[in-house]
Structure formats: C-alpha cells, structure tokens
Design a protein around this ligand. Structure first.
Ligand SMILES: Cc1cc2nc3c(=O)[nH]c(=O)nc-3n(C[C@H](O)[C@H](O)[C@H](O)COP(=O)(O)O)c2cc1C
Length: 379
C-alpha cells in the first residue's frame, strides 16, 4: 500500500468519568473533575495532541461512578484551549440530530472551528432503558446511526444549499436551515464526524457516511482486516479514500522495558474481577450479538477488558523508542490517528510529548525521505 505521509495525529480519552481508563485498583493519579481536565487539555495541546475525546456515560457502568456529560464538558474544554479539537461522543438514540447540529455549530463558532462529534451506537442497554429509550437490536441501532449522520451532513450543508428536509424511519426534518452554518476551518468543511464501532454494521456505516473510523485496540493484522473492509465499503459507496482511521491504544512508557511491563502486569493483577465480568456481560449487546459475531469485544479476553477498549492489544508498552517504532509501524499500515489512554494522565502525557513524540516525528521524516517526500516540521 502507499503510505499517507501526513504526520500522525494524536488524541487522548478525556477522563470525564471517574475511575480512569482501566478497571483496576492500581493507583491511578488521574482525576475526572473539570479543573483537572482543563489543566490536562492545556498540557495535551502543548505536548503535541491534536484531539481530545469526551466519553458519553450517564450512569455508572462497572466503574465510572461519577460521570460528566460529554457535550457540555467538551465545550468547557474548548473554551479553555487554543488549538485542541474536542470530540464529543453522542448516542443517536438520545438526540434529535437538528438539536445536536445546532449545538455543534455553536460550539464550532465559540472555538474557532474545533468542535467534532463521535457517533456511538451503544452497548449499555441498562442505561438506555433507565432513561426511557426503547433498546433497538444491534443492526437497527446502526441503521439509526447512519440516518443520524446523513441528517447531520444534510443540515451542515443546508447553510449554503438552502433548507433541508428528511423523511426517514427514525428522524423527520421539515425545511430546516442551519443559521449560522459551520465556520471556515482549515482542512474540513464542517465539524468532523467520528464513529466508534467495529462490527460489520459499523464498517458499512463508516464506508457510507463517516469521516473517521475509530478502532478498538488491535494488533497489526486486526487493524489491517478492518482497514481493508472499511476502505472497500467506502469505495462501493463512491467515497474511495474518504475515511480516515483512528486506533485506540493504552500507553505504558517507562525508561526501561522491564519497568513498563511490570506496570502493565500490576494493572492486570489488581483488576477488579466483578467489574470486568459485569462489563464483559454488558458488552455482549455489541457486535458479539450479531450473526457473524464480529465487532468490539467479540473476542476480548479478561486481560483485554481491563482496559475498556482493548487498549493493551495495540502493544504500546515499553521504552519511548519501542513505542515510537510500533506507532510508526501502524502508520505504514494505514493508521492516521492514535487515540491514547494513560494511567497517570498529567505525568504520562508530558512524558509522551517529551520522550515519545520526537522519535515518532524523526521516524516519520525518515519514512517520507525514503519515498522522496519532505515533511514540514510539526510543532
Ligand atoms: C473510540 C470509541 C469510543 C467509544 N465511546 C463510547 C462512549 O463514550 N460511550 C458509549 O456508550 N460507547 C462508546 N463506544 C462503544 C460504542 O457505543 C459501541 O457499543 C461499540 O463501538 C460496539 O460497536 P460494534 O458492535 O459495532 O463493535 C465507543 C467505541 C469506540 C471505538
């Protein structure tokens, strides 16, 4: 395959719910409060991070006893940063797409074009039912998500093209025009649309309508399998090359490989078995429930589930050199962005920016030079 020499982008999971990114009783010097997160967002944008992803959770789920709402939290972070793009996760079954479009465009204007959205089709049946939403089966949830994104796009375009109407199975819009529309921002016509989900249905929706496909943590082959299928789907939908790829990974970086491996083993050894088991049972509502059994968590082991999104599978554990080398190996296979989680966010993000990122940039420049491409330095 030809390598995309655009410099890799980096995102982090916003810890806007309590308990950190691993279901473990190991000490985690990470906090879920707003003040902590403002400090973190500012630190992240000064350490090479391009994006932050706020999680959507309304009620405790096998951990995460406290939750801040994703869209308001994202807006808060946008107002306190200068360059960071903040992606708010939303479930289509809780939103009217026109109301979300209005929110996004206002957030976009407030932030100078830095608002984005992550459309997630959900796995947490108990939460939806508690909030009075009828729980659709997996394929229907994805049909709803695709319709939701088509409406969002139609609305974004309505600012220029004129009023938009839609008569669908899930949403109806009558002659509605977004005023104001998205603001002009480099490299994107409107707020970017991400999607989290890896099942066959998720891959189809990604090919049809999504800008960025997020994958759970995967080894090289696991990532490639999704990369090929989503690209093929995009081609069939007349959108060849339109989808970009983000990969989740949990970083444990230390000066020696042994230290990093010891930390990982301690995280797993101190995992809370009841919480991991509760989570495992609940996520059977995701791709595992479909006929082909493909999707996030369909083949996750106990160890994988200690990091909610299979982040250990990506193998970003070791010295800065080892992690940077592995990151660039994924780039060769088509990854455009890494979505990262950490144990002690403030310390680990600073370490990432100081020790790992410079090596990534050097390796990317070497890779580009081999293909005769000169890369602009990335700040
Ligand atoms: C990067 C990423 C972020 C996600 N964020 C959330 C979230 O904030 N809240 C949530 O309920 N589900 C979240 N999900 C899970 C999805 O809602 C969905 O259940 C999951 O992707 C399973 O989809 P699949 O069956 O297509 O594999 C996320 C998934 C990914 C990949």
């Amino acid at each position: 395959m030809t390598i995309d020499h655009e410099p890799l982008k980096f995102a982090y999971w916003v810890p806007n719910v309590s308990g950190g990114l691993v279901v473990s009783d190991i000490e985690q010097r990470t906090d879920w409060t707003y003040d902590y997160n403002v400090k973190l967002a500012q630190l992240a944008e000064n350490n090479g991070f391009d994006y932050a992803l706020s999680q959507v959770r309304y009620t405790a789920s096998y951990g995460a006893d406290q939750q801040h709402e994703s869209t308001s939290f994202s807006l808060g972070l946008l107002t306190q940063t200068e360059r960071l793009k903040v992606i708010a996760a939303v479930h289509p079954y809780f939103w009217n797409p026109a109301v979300l479009a209005k929110w996004l465009i206002t957030a976009d204007h407030i932030s100078g074009g830095r608002a984005a959205v992550n459309v997630v089709s959900g796995w947490f049946k108990g939460e939806a039912v508690d909030l009075g939403v009828r729980w659709l089966e997996h394929g229907e949830r994805y049909r709803q998500s695709e319709e939701f994104v088509r409406v969002l796009r139609g609305l974004f375009e309505s600012a220029e093209k004129g009023p938009f109407s839609h008569q669908g199975d899930f949403y109806q819009i009558h002659d509605f025009q977004l005023k104001p529309g998205p603001i002009a921002s480099e490299g994107r016509p409107h707020p970017e649309i991400f999607q989290g989900g890896n099942s066959t249905a998720a891959r189809e929706v990604a090919g049809n309508v999504i800008d960025w496909y997020f994958s759970n943590g995967k080894d090289f082959d696991g990532f490639t399998e999704q990369y090929l299928e989503v690209n093929q789907n995009a081609q069939l939908a007349g959108r060849a090359g339109a989808v970009r790829f983000g990969l989740n990974g949990f970083v444990v970086a230390r000066d020696t490989e042994q230290e990093a491996r010891d930390v990982l083993e301690e995280i797993v050894a101190k995992a809370n078995p009841d919480a991991v088991e509760g989570f495992r049972q609940a996520v059977q509502q995701a791709g595992a429930s479909t006929a082909d059994g493909k999707g996030m968590w369909a083949d996750s082991t106990f160890r994988d589930l200690v990091q909610y999104n299979d982040g250990f599978r990506t193998g970003l554990v070791g010295t800065p050199e080892q992690i940077a080398t592995r990151i660039v190996e994924y780039k060769k296979r088509g990854v455009n962005l890494f979505l990262l989680g950490f144990l002690h966010y403030l310390e680990d993000i600073e370490y990432f920016g100081a020790r790992i990122l410079p090596i990534v940039r050097e390796l990317e420049a070497e890779l580009a030079a081999k293909d005769g491409v000169a890369l602009e330095p990335v700040s």
